[in-house]
Design a protein around this ligand. Structure first.
Ligand code: KG4
Ligand code: ZN
Length: 352
């Protein structure tokens, strides 16, 4: 079975080919960074216009790299949420048109399920169950993953996502957009111990996150620092970036280990755009070694948004006959608890 995957949830137009026998044959990502760069963030109207321009070329490239044509496709997997409505609509309507025209099945995929399963695009992948931390521009969530299609939400951010905090701090430090990689790079030469930013662990035992207070603390400190206020002498931009990153990484690592302990698993997966961050990867591996968990990360191109993970997630749904019909619509919010589980056709609901 050959599945065409499509993701247009935010600002990347992605298409990929997954083959049941050979795995991922191609994964194309058309980045819109040059379009949004001048605005310091994603402009939704411009994003949908750009998706409209890029969707056909992106799919054509994915097909040609896989040495295939549309007629060789057995099904289409397309992200229907969560994400930007205007952006999602381009991918979904393209998928519906091709599915209808060629008489093949298609399935609407939850973007977060794609991130959780992205580790299975790698040779080295965990067995079930495991705990997954999905940490991106739109989400910071911990799941107990019991099998494909069985996800239990353990905790999530109550305000900003970790990637969003990186992007906002990048703006405050005038490091440009996209912010995560820029803050990481700026912090490389810094000493994370010179400035103390708050680490929000919330109430005792909570597996939820909060990053908006940290972002505000950075903004306030940077204002004082720029004014040359007392106590800021000798502090460099690199020190501030490193201290901010350290605060995020510490909270993510501590809560993920706690989640793994409570779920009683042996493996941890860290996925989503922020999982590209080397400090986070290293810290997770170190903590994992100490606490007795094996930590898995997808390669960076499978951490950031891509259609390969959507093709893989969709393949498992189509293979079980769980296809969508033409009435399916996009969803800006699409909690994973609303996903239909594969287990006995029952939904896995609720927070543990
Ligand atoms: O998964 P993704 O491509 O899109 C969403 O689903 O949101 O994640 C994008 C997010 C952005 O906020 C970006 O700043 C962050 O991932 N990111 C990073 C790094 N690379 C990307 N954050 C920290 N360090 C990085 N190296
Ligand atoms: Zn994403």
């Amino acid at each position: 079975m050959n599945i065409l995957g499509i993701d247009t949830s935010c600002d990347d137009t992605s298409a990929a080919l997954f083959s049941e026998n050979q795995g991922i044959l191609s994964s194309v990502v058309h980045s819109q960074v040059s379009v949004h760069h001048a605005y310091g963030g994603v402009v939704p109207e411009l994003a949908s216009r750009e998706h409209l321009r890029s969707i056909v070329p992106a799919v054509s490239m994915a097909l040609s790299q896989a040495r295939m044509e549309l007629k060789d496709i057995d099904g289409i997997a397309v992200t229907i949420g969560p994400g930007l409505i205007g952006s999602l609509l381009i991918g979904l309507n393209y998928a519906k048109s091709v599915a209808y025209g060629y008489g093949i099945p298609f399935v609407g995929v939850n973007h977060l399920e794609g991130h959780i399963l992205s580790i299975f695009l790698e040779k080295e992948a965990p067995s079930f169950p495991f705990v997954a931390l999905t940490v991106s521009g739109g989400h910071t969530s911990l799941y107990h993953v019991k099998g494909i299609g069985e996800y239990l939400l353990l905790g999530q951010t109550l305000d900003d996502a970790a990637g969003e905090a990186f992007d906002k701090v990048s703006k405050i430090l005038e490091l440009g957009y996209p912010g995560g990689a820029a803050v990481e790079k700026a912090g490389l030469a810094g000493n994370p111990g010179l400035v103390r930013f708050p680490k929000a662990f919330l109430s005792r035992g909570s597996l939820d996150f909060s990053f908006s207070g940290l972002k505000t603390a950075v903004a306030l400190f940077v204002k004082k620092w720029r004014e040359g206020a007392e106590g800021t002498a000798g502090i460099t931009l690199a020190d501030i970036a490193a201290a901010f990153q350290e605060a995020v990484v510490e909270v993510l690592a501590v809560k993920t280990m706690e989640a793994a302990a409570r779920a009683g698993v042996e493996s941890i997966v860290v996925a989503g755009g922020v999982a590209c961050n080397k400090a986070l990867r290293t810290r997770m591996e170190e903590e994992g070694r100490t606490e007795g968990y094996k930590v898995y990360h997808p390669r960076p191109s499978y951490c950031t948004d891509n259609a390969a993970m959507i093709a893989f997630a969709g393949y498992h749904r189509i293979n079980r006959g769980k296809t969508s019909d033409l009435s399916v619509d996009v969803k800006s919010r699409f909690p994973i608890e609303d996903l239909e589980s594969f287990k006995d056709g029952q939904r896995v609901k609720g927070t543990q």
